[in-house]
Write a protein that binds this ligand. Structure first.
Ligand SMILES: NC(=O)c1ccc[n+]([C@@H]2O[C@H](COP(=O)([O-])OP(=O)(O)OC[C@H]3O[C@@H](n4cnc5c(N)ncnc54)[C@H](O)[C@@H]3O)[C@@H](O)[C@H]2O)c1
Length: 499
């Protein structure tokens, strides 16, 4: 499936000129005479932004100007006492690398560091916060002093991955977001970070309806719920898979979008949805198109089931949990003949989300690639695992698979210009080392836990079970849509050249 016509790349900087220089265009605000919206540093109730921005906000987001309200228990329909919990971290403390850290400003007031500056704490809804990326971002938000509510149906996530200090609501975005965001008895939500999705490429080819329903309908319901609840800031997890086979690398945001899987197509559809929402209703939206997310952040790391990403698979082989790693093709036009991918450390990715919250502008949909900017081949990853672990990794050769792009490397220039973001953990050994530490912790049982918690009544994990039973490559990170390895495939191999 090919879907063309990506949303227009978004602007750079505060003004239209800078936006044009960065190859981006601002979605015009539907207000006559408003050339460049002024944005507050990090809008939140109680801290009025500039007059113009405030006026735009009021006009475009009815309900956003609601009076401050007292914190009361949410209605029973929203609060499932079994699965909505506030972990035991005192207010004002943060979570860092698996530990709780005290943090107060000199006046004892709760403050949050987001982006480049210090701003007052905000309340964010993190959908999919029991998953790999969402849990790490939730931990970073807490560490920065924000309040976090996680909404997750545990279809592929784990209740014990929700960081201490976050409130956890078990439920599907489609069924629960509207009630959560319109709940006047709970603290108002200042923005949403939307990770909840099904993200197995192979499964999406086998069951596209599931992907359109969960990823697109889910996002549509979320955006509607946000508008109804007056929540006007959204950071969305998009993917490099929207580009399909790249015409050139590094891949920029203005590259042709032609996803080769329903998964990529659904993410691109949501990008289009957000462009329209920003233009029509003043949503401040940022889509972050991740390349290959890797590594771990203390107790939070990758535990997809089945695992489809290269680094944890190779680590599994080093641990003897897998018999070997299959390298598909050593005849690519790359230095060592194996496919090259862009591995981005999950903590760098998390920082980008906090910066994106800061950079989001009402009426604009900003789209940024997030990658390391360096490509590493499959053999380089295997070598890094050998170096870091000191263990052998059995490798078997296999024919190159049709449709595996030789190289997928991001240009992260726009993220640098617009978010002020630069990846810091760019060395492969460093990325692998954190993943290795996490793998060892998991083995020793010192990560938050290894069991998926039973969902509450009212959640529907059965409907969105994101696993592919080990039969398909099902990896998120790349345009490869070839899931059609027979059910006999063990999953003990590297799933694809696109890791
Ligand atoms: N991991 C990567 O390399 C990568 C790359 C590009 C994009 N992404 C995107 O980033 C996001 C997070 O990826 P991840 O690797 O953490 O995946 P994950 O499967 O670990 O996390 C997704 C979480 O969302 C939850 N979820 C799914 N559908 C839901 C729904 N309808 N309602 C509530 N919760 C729901 C799952 O239970 C899970 O906890 C996804 O949107 C994915 O498409 C990931």
């Amino acid at each position: 499936m090919a879907v063309r016509g990506a949303p227009a790349p978004a602007p750079a900087g505060a003004g239209p000129d800078r936006a044009r220089r960065a190859g981006a265009c601002r979605t015009p605000l539907p207000l006559p005479g408003v050339a460049a919206p002024v944005r507050p540093a990090l809008p939140h109730s109680g801290e009025p932004g500039p007059a113009l921005s405030h006026a735009v906000h009021l006009r475009l987001a009815p309900g956003s100007a609601r009076a401050p309200r007292a914190i009361r228990p949410a209605p029973p329909a929203v609060h499932d006492q079994t699965h909505r919990r506030q972990a035991e971290v005192p207010r004002g403390d943060g979570v860092r690398d698996g530990g709780v850290h005290r943090r107060r400003d000199p006046r004892g007031r709760r403050r949050a560091a987001a982006g480049g500056g210090l701003v007052s704490a905000s309340h964010f809804l993190v959908t999919g916060g029991a998953g790999y990326v969402g849990s790490v971002v939730a931990a970073h938000l807490l560490e920065a002093g924000h309040r976090v509510t996680v909404l997750d149906d545990l279809s592929t996530g784990f209740a014990d991955a929700v960081p201490p200090g976050a409130e956890f609501v078990a439920g599907r975005v489609q069924d629960t977001a509207a009630r959560l965001l319109s709940d006047r008895t709970a603290p108002p939500v200042d923005g949403v970070l939307h990770f909840a999705a099904s993200s197995q490429v192979g499964e999406s080819v086998a069951d596209p309806e599931k992907y359109w329903r969960n990823n697109v309908v889910g996002s549509l319901e979320l955006v509607s719920a946000m508008r109804a609840g007056g929540v006007r800031k959204l950071v969305f997890s998009s993917t490099a898979a929207v580009y399909g086979e790249p015409e050139r690398t590094p891949i920029r945001e203005d590259a042709r979008t032609a996803p080769t899987s329903p998964y990529g197509a659904t993410k691109l559809a949501v990008d289009h949805l957000l462009t329209g929402e920003a233009a029509a209703h003043g949503l401040a939206a940022v889509s972050l198109r991740y390349f290959n997310v890797a590594g771990a952040y203390g107790s939070w790391g990758e535990r997809h089931e089945p695992e489809s990403h290269l680094i944890p698979l190779v680590l599994g082989a080093a641990l003897g949990e897998r018999p070997h790693i299959a390298v598909y093709g050593e005849d690519c036009p790359t230095p060592d003949g194996t496919c090259v991918r862009d591995y981005l450390h999950v903590a760098d990715l998390a920082r980008a989300h906090l910066l994106a919250l800061d950079a989001a502008v009402p009426g604009e949909h900003l789209i940024c690639n997030l990658g390391n900017g360096n490509g590493f081949s499959v053999l380089e990853v295997i070598e890094a695992v050998r170096r870091v672990t000191g263990r052998e990794v059995p490798v078997v050769g296999a024919p190159r698979r049709a449709g595996d792009p030789a190289q997928l490397v991001a240009s992260a220039d726009l993220a640098q210009q617009r978010l002020g973001w630069r990846p810091e953990r760019t060395g492969l050994d460093e990325i692998v080392a954190t993943a290795w530490e996490f793998a060892l912790r998991r083995r020793a049982g010192t990560t938050p836990g290894n069991d998926r918690a039973a969902p509450s009544a009212g959640t529907r994990p059965d409907a969105e079970d994101g696993t592919d039973n080990g039969s398909g490559p099902g990896t998120d990170d790349g345009p490869d849509e070839r899931p059609h390895r027979g059910p006999g495939h063990s999953g003990n191999e590297r799933e694809r050249g696109a890791p």
